[in-house]
Design a protein around this ligand. Structure first.
Ligand SMILES: [Zn+2]
Length: 130
């Protein structure tokens, strides 16, 4: 992942552990064009076109906790903590449910995108991603 993400992800992960007792894991991080191409070939419905995935920027992460991955992530305390508080560490939930008609991407509560502070705070508080 991009260097700018590392320390902030460590802070987010530590806060998740502190508040929920769960360890936040990274399922997917940086992908090069070759990896994205392979994913797209496997599943054209859910994988982004090569060159169009945020994972290719090194600024996006797919996260999960034990027993709660994918859409189930939001059902966990950790998922709810990430949903409400990841902005404090520079992240946003990039593909919220209510913006599906605009982004064209299904709701992905596990996909967090680093934009940095103060941008994440502005985006969260003004509801620009919801
Ligand atoms: Zn993702």
């Amino acid at each position: 992942m991009d260097e700018s993400v590392v320390d902030n992800y460590a802070k987010l992960s530590a806060e998740v552990k502190k508040h929920t007792g769960d360890h936040l894991f990274v399922m997917s991080h940086y992908r090069n064009d070759q990896v994205q191409k392979a994913l797209y070939e496997q599943d054209k419905k859910t994988a982004a076109l090569p060159g169009a995935s945020e994972h290719q920027t090194g600024l996006a992460l797919n996260v999960y906790v034990s027993h709660y991955a994918g859409t189930g992530f939001l059902k966990s305390s950790a998922g709810q903590f990430v949903d409400k508080s990841c902005w404090k560490y520079g992240f946003i939930i990039r593909y919220p449910l209510v913006k599906k008609h605009i982004t064209g991407i299904r709701f992905e509560p596990w996909h967090i995108r680093y934009v940095g502070l103060p941008h994440s705070e502005i985006i969260y508080k003004k509801g620009l991603n919801t």
